[in-house]
Design a protein around this ligand. Structure first.
Ligand SMILES: Nc1nc2c(ncn2[C@@H]2O[C@H](COP(=O)(O)OP(=O)(O)OP(=O)(O)O)[C@@H](O)[C@H]2O)c(=O)[nH]1
Length: 418
């Protein structure tokens, strides 16, 4: 990144940019948590993507779930022995209902904007309920083959939770582990016998597998996230750069006022606007008196300081958002005052004159007194058809000339005789 470019970026953003570049260069550290704000952003982006995915596949999900129901129900009917068929169908139905409720919650949360900030918490809650009831019910089939099938469903549920929700794997792992272990004392109290191996395999082991696989997927997600974030920062950087370039091309580097080039553009726009609206447009031309003498006496650097001080006064007198002050040439400034009649422009000119007087910038070689003074010319266009912008500028300039020839340290209005 170039020197100018880095200067345009805020310090925080710059640090983030450098951190990301380092991390992408040395990917061994990628699985460690990022600094807090970036880490939060990462999980938020995953949650956002999950929400979007859930919204997109909601209808398809409902259809698939119905098809799964239509396929598994007859198989339960066929597999289960007649002696406990009703019991097993009831267990299947409760499991199916549990799955339907849990899965239906997701698109509902995703479609209510007020709930989406709590998406992760809902996921934790829904996962807990889903795993608890699925684990609790699946071992209650009388038919061992169905228990085994239920085990596969638990594995499937785990995978769904891990891959669909974009939730932190460790948090999910702990939640699912507790939800998976909690039915054990309940089953024991209820005296329900079950195969511990199937329970271990479907509830505990698959949770581990889901955790490790999702950890490795999250690692890849982290890389994509950092790359996307870097792209965003680059875009922001380019935007700042182009804003900065625009600003620099419009600005006078010494005084930070607008420069003559920008003034020429602005007067053109305002001229057209005044032409359409019929509002008066005033120019105030400001020239520092005996500035050559000032430079000769105090040196150019002091001369520059004086220019900056005058510029500050001008800026402070630009009270309307449409007013603008520009540096027109060496020690000449110009104010563009849209929708301002001559009387208003004269008030501004006199105030500026007094404000510079009150600065009391010592000028021992001045012809007007002991301090730095201004000569100011005012010209106003009130819609005369035969006038041009250049003519208005020339009128303001000629009013300054009048002020100079009348003795300096004066405000003169073009067309008025004194
Ligand atoms: N320090 C400094 N001086 C500048 C700058 N731009 C122009 N000047 C000086 O401003 C002076 C303007 O001098 P003149 O045009 O003769 O006007 P003046 O001495 O102010 O005389 P009057 O306008 O008749 O009062 C010149 O000496 C320029 O060198 C600048 O950026 N910095």
């Amino acid at each position: 990144m170039s020197k100018t470019a880095t200067a345009a970026l805020p310090e925080e953003t710059l640090q983030e940019d450098q951190f990301i570049r380092k991390l992408l260069a040395d990917r061994r550290r990628i699985s460690r948590p990022f600094p807090e704000s970036l880490e939060t952003l990462f999980w938020q982006s995953l949650a956002q993507r999950s929400l979007q995915m859930i919204r997109n596949i909601a209808t398809l999900g409902v259809l698939i779930y119905i098809v799964v129901g239509l396929i598994t129900f007859p198989s339960i009917y066929l597999i289960a022995d007649e002696s406990h068929r009703l019991h097993d169908i009831l267990i299947w139905f409760l499991m199916y209902l549990n799955g339907a409720v849990c899965l239906a919650t997701l698109p509902v949360i995703a479609s209510i904007p007020g709930l989406t900030p709590y998406f992760q918490r809902f996921i934790i809650g829904v996962s807990f309920v889903g795993i608890f009831f699925t684990s609790f019910l699946t071992v209650q089939y009388e038919e061992p083959r169905l228990t085994q099938q239920g085990g596969y469903i638990v594995v499937f549920v785990y995978m769904l939770i891990y891959f669909l929700t974009g939730t932190r794997p460790l948090l999910l792992w702990i939640t699912c582990l507790i939800a998976g272990l909690l039915p054990l004392p309940l089953l024991w109290v209820m005296g329900i016998k079950f195969d511990p191996m199937i329970y271990f395999y479907s509830v505990i082991f698959s949770n581990f597998i889901g955790f490790f696989v999702s950890q490795s997927i999250i690692g890849k997600e982290r890389i994509s996230f950092l790359q996307a974030r870097l792209l965003e920062l680059d875009k922001l950087h380019s935007k700042l750069m182009s804003n900065e370039l625009i600003r620099l091309s419009n600005e006078d580097p010494l005084t930070s006022l607008y420069n003559r080039r920008y003034f020429n553009e602005a007067i053109h726009t305002e001229w057209d606007r005044a032409d359409r609206s019929g509002e008066p447009l005033s120019l105030v031309f400001v020239d520092i008196d005996c500035f050559k003498n000032y430079n000769d006496t105090y040196g150019h650097l002091k001369g520059d300081d004086a220019l900056v001080k005058v510029a500050e006064v001008l800026k402070n007198h630009m009270r309307r958002s449409s007013d603008m002050a520009a540096r027109y040439g060496g020690e000449e400034f110009i104010l563009l005052l849209p929708n301002t009649p001559s009387s208003g422009a004269q008030v501004v000119a006199n105030n500026i004159m007094k404000a510079v007087d009150s600065l009391k910038v010592e000028h021992s070689a001045s012809l007007t007194g002991k301090y730095l003074t201004l000569s100011i010319g005012v010209a106003t266009w009130t819609g005369e058809a035969d006038m041009t912008e250049t003519q208005l500028i020339a009128q303001a300039d000629s009013a300054v000339y009048q002020a100079k020839s009348d003795g300096r340290h004066l405000v003169r209005v073009f067309g008025e005789t004194h």
